[in-house]
Design a protein around this ligand. Structure first.
Ligand SMILES: [Zn+2]
Length: 255
C-alpha cells in the first residue's frame, strides 16, 4: 500500500477466505531463494511478512525489490523528503523478518505503468538474484467486494507476470539456471498457505517501522496498535486449515 487513497484498503479488511472456496494447500518447501517484488514500501508488511519471517528463520534467502520509494505516500510531505524516509523505514522493517537485501528501482510512486521499462527492470532483478520463487503483489481488481485494489499494484503485478513469462520463454522451460521455478501472488483467495505460528510478532514489528507513513494515515491510533490490528487481521486463522493457527495466503500463478 502506499498512496493516501490506500486508506480504505488498510482499515478493517475483511477476512480473506470465502466460505465455499477450496481449502488452500501448504506452500511448497522445495526452494531456497525467494525474490519478493512489490510496488511500494510497506507492501511486504501488508500480507506476507510473517511468512517471510518463517522462511528466513528456516535458513532461506529472501530479497525485496521495490518498484518505487513510496515518495507520494505521505500526505503533506514533499516527495524528495518522503522517499528517503520511506526507503529507510523499509530497510528497518525488512531487518525484523530477516531480509538483508532491499533494492529500489526508482519508478514513480502512484504512476506505475506496466511498460517495457518496468518489465525489463523486473527481468533484470530476476536474473540478478536468481530466485527459485518469485512472490509479487495481488494484481486483481478487488481485495474483496468494496475494497478495490490500487492501480500501482495491478500494473506492477501484471508486469511481474509478463516479465516472468518472457524469461521462461527466453530460457526454456527445462532450464534451471536464470529463471525462477514458481511465481506466487499475495492473494485474498489463496491457493496455498504458510502457517506462521511464532512469526506474527516480527511481522507486527516490521509493519510498525513504517512510523511516518502510519502516523499520518491514522494520527489518533498509536502506530504499534495499528500494526498489531492489521497484521492479526491478515494472518487470521481459517477454519479447517493449519489446526486453526495463523496463516498467510498466496496464489500460485505459474507454472
Ligand atoms: Zn502498495
Amino acid at each position: 500500500m502506499s498512496d493516501s487513497s490506500d486508506q480504505s484498503n488498510t482499515d478493517d479488511q475483511p477476512g480473506t477466505q470465502p466460505e465455499n472456496a477450496a481449502l488452500p494447500e501448504p506452500f511448497p518447501t522445495d526452494w531456497t531463494r525467494c525474490l519478493i517484488l512489490v510496488a511500494h514500501p510497506d507492501d511486504p508488511e501488508y500480507g506476507m511478512s510473517a511468512a517471510v519471517a518463517r522462511w528466513t528463520a528456516e535458513g532461506r534467502s529472501v530479497v525485496y525489490v521495490l518498484a518505487s520509494s513510496g515518495e507520494a505516500g505521505i500526505e503533506g510531505m514533499a516527495p524528495e523528503v518522503a522517499g528517503p524516509i520511506r526507503e529507510e523505514e523499509q530497510r528497518r522493517s525488512a531487518a525484523h523478518v530477516g531480509v538483508e537485501v532491499v533494492e529500489f528501482l526508482g519508478f514513480p510512486d502512484s504512476r506505475i505503468v506496466n511498460n517495457t521499462e518496468l518489465r525489463d527492470a523486473i527481468a533484470d532483478s530476476i536474473r540478478k538474484h536468481r530466485p527459485d520463487i518469485v512472490v509479487s503483489l495481488y494484481s486483481g481488481p478487488e481485495f474483496a467486494p468494496g475494497f478495490p485494489n490500487q492501480s500501482d499494484h495491478m500494473e506492477f503485478g501484471d508486469a511481474v507476470g509478463a516479465a516472468y513469462d518472457d524469461l521462461v520463454a527466453a530460457v526454456g522451460v527445462d532450464a534451471r539456471e536464470g529463471r525462477p521455478q514458481m511465481w506466487f501472488e499475495s492473494d485474498p483467495q489463496p491457493s496455498h498457505y504458510v502457517e506462521v505460528t511464532g512469526f506474527v510478532e516480527p511481522a507486527i514489528d516490521a509493519l510498525a517501522e513504517h512510523k511516518e507513513y502510519m502516523s499520518v494515515l491514522d494520527p489518533d491510533t498509536p502506530v504499534r496498535e495499528q500494526a498489531r490490528k492489521q497484521v492479526e487481521n491478515m494472518v487470521a486463522p481459517v477454519e479447517g486449515l493449519a489446526g486453526g493457527n495463523p496463516v498467510v495466503g498466496f496464489t500460485r500463478k505459474r507454472p
